[in-house]
Design a protein around this ligand. Structure first.
Ligand code: DAT
Ligand code: MG
Length: 173
């Protein structure tokens, strides 16, 4: 990847609880695979309500908000998501296109949501298996919400060094 290219961006991808529960992780990553789409961070996250609410804070006023939070918390599937950061030229828009429209019924049949998404019959929430940042402002905000700088192999946003004393879990010796 040529870092001097001004079009190089990073975007946040989440494989949502329905994607993990239905063993779609490999299929989704395969559809995102391309020499220009580089994974620069990946981890499994047990989602907390605080994290879910921060992630979807812009939808707080929507009637489906509470069900959406419960969905991301894994109420109907599993309480974890796979979080990834992808990097590449114009990657935010390109991954949006590969993912497809928000409503799985409106998503193109060859998109990720068109192939694997469905609508939860009880709540009407879109179980659309993937989240991807919508624009560069959201991408920066979301990457910083889900990842610490040291978890990303290619850091593109400014960092600071902070000395702090805290207890961390280590393997027992
Ligand atoms: P996107 O995920 O395509 O960026 P969004 O940010 O508008 O879409 O909404 C976030 C999620 O909320 C979306 O992936 C699925 C759910 N959602 C959005 N609109 C909905 C609706 N009208 N009914 C049910 N769920 C909806
Ligand atoms: Mg969105």
């Amino acid at each position: 990847m040529d870092d001097r290219n001004a079009d190089v961006e990073q975007t946040l991808v989440l494989i949502k609880p329905d994607g993990l529960k239905r063993s779609l992780t490999g299929n989704i990553i395969a559809l995102l695979s391309h020499p220009d789409n580089m994974i620069v961070a990946v981890k499994l996250v047990k989602v907390t309500r605080e994290l879910a609410e921060k992630h979807y804070s812009h939808l707080k006023h929507k009637p489906f908000y509470e069900d959406l939070i419960r969905f991301l918390l894994g109420e109907w599937h599993t309480n974890r998501v796979m979080a990834l950061v992808y990097e590449g030229p114009n990657i935010i828009q390109r991954i949006r296109e590969i993912s497809g429209a928000t409503n799985p019924e409106e998503a193109k049949p060859d998109s990720i949501r068109g192939k694997y998404g469905r609508i939860h019959s009880k709540t009407g929430v879109y179980e659309n298996v993937i989240h991807c940042s919508a624009n560069d402002i959201d991408a920066e905000k979301e990457i910083k919400l889900w990842f610490e700088p040291y978890e990303i192999v290619n850091i593109r946003f400014p960092v600071q060094y902070v000395v702090e004393e805290r207890t961390v879990m280590r393997w027992k010796t």
